[in-house]
Design a protein around this ligand. Structure first.
Ligand code: 8YV
Length: 325
């Protein structure tokens, strides 16, 4: 398949670079001093795109890649890709679901516990030698909490399964009720926030979810409220979150994702009662390797004539004469 040109516009893990380079002619766009000029030069030959990072992949780029057949994206979220536009143009978009589900769910629970029990803060306390002076103040607890999960997809369900073991009350909000889960469904996010004291967001980004966790939702959680976000930063109105944390409208937050990564609002950095992570939900060696392999496998499968392995719903694959895969 060396006659197939696959472009990589932003840097990706070595396994993906090697895997794509082994099977295809890899266009190393992330190394080009002038990416625009490179796209103008090689764009007409490019049939595949291996996409990492969160650089926008939209109609304007598709216009410059007239032979593009597939965008194989690293990560389960693909809000930076205009998948609907890709679908209209017959371009397949694939992501990396499943292989990261348990890793992100583990991290979500760890972040929830770290936020409640001040795990980073108590580590800092010991290192600063303050334990010698007096014990660390008592913290909040997971005991007796009511946890509302925002978006009960694969990862949300994996989080819920873990939380069952912690004996907390679990409910969820999403576009629709899911018949096969034992958790209470709330048709509105505000309604769920009023009923719980802990909101855990796994919601994907995009126009539909932008700023849905707003000042009213945060206020509804109450002064004992905890907000944990492992989905996308765009889901929360960040200035409203900063204000709610500053004014004691909610108790605390554990955040793995932010509106403008890797920039984190200085107001949050200055707060000692929040836990901040640099978007590491899926960031273990093993899981990132599995994600990278799936990026390569989708390209190999597609150009080998076997269709995409994990197409996103906006670009379902229909084999000639068949139903959507
Ligand atoms: C990825 C993520 O690591 O999968 C996702 O949607 O947010 C992370 O797991 C990230 O997208 C890679 O840039």
């Amino acid at each position: 398949m060396k006659d197939v040109h696959v472009a990589m516009l932003s840097p990706m893990p070595p396994l993906v670079i090697e895997g794509v380079g082994r099977d295809f002619t890899l266009i190393r766009g992330w190394e080009a001093p002038d990416r625009n000029a490179l796209v103008a030069e090689v764009g007409p030959h490019v049939r595949g795109l291996a996409a990492g990072g969160h650089v926008a992949i939209d109609g304007a780029l598709f216009d410059r890649l007239p032979k593009l057949e597939i965008v194989s994206s690293f990560g389960v979220g693909y809000d930076h890709i205009d998948a609907a536009e890709a679908g209209r143009r017959g371009i397949v978009v694939t992501n990396t679901p499943d292989v990261l589900t348990d890793e992100v769910a583990d991290l979500a629970v760890a972040l929830l516990l770290a936020t409640l029990r001040h795990i980073p803060q108590v580590d800092r306390y010991v290192r600063a030698g303050k334990w010698l002076d007096k014990p660390y103040p008592l913290t909040a607890t997971l005991r007796g909490r009511k946890v509302g999960i925002l978006a009960l997809g694969r990862i949300g369900r994996a989080i819920a399964r873990r939380l069952e073991g912690f004996g907390v009350e679990i409910s969820y909000h999403g576009r629709q009720r899911q018949a096969d889960v034992p958790y209470a469904y709330h048709p509105t996010l505000l309604g769920m926030a009023e009923a719980v004291d802990t909101l855990l967001s796994v919601a994907p980004g995009g126009a539909e979810t932008a700023n849905i966790v707003d000042a009213a939702v945060l206020a509804a959680l109450g002064p004992n409220g905890i907000f944990v976000n492992v989905g996308r930063g765009s889901v929360v109105d960040e200035p409203a979150l900063v204000a709610a944390l500053r004014d004691g409208v909610i108790l605390s937050a554990g955040l793995d994702v932010f509106a403008d990564e890797p920039r984190v609002p200085p107001e949050l950095i200055a707060m000692d009662h929040v836990v901040l992570l640099p978007h590491v939900g899926s960031a273990s060696v093993e899981t990132r390797r599995a994600m990278g392999q799936l990026v390569v496998d989708n390209l190999v499968s597609w150009f080998g004539g076997k269709g995409p392995m994990t197409p996103v719903p906006e670009t379902p694959w229909r084999p000639a004469g068949g139903a959507a895969a």
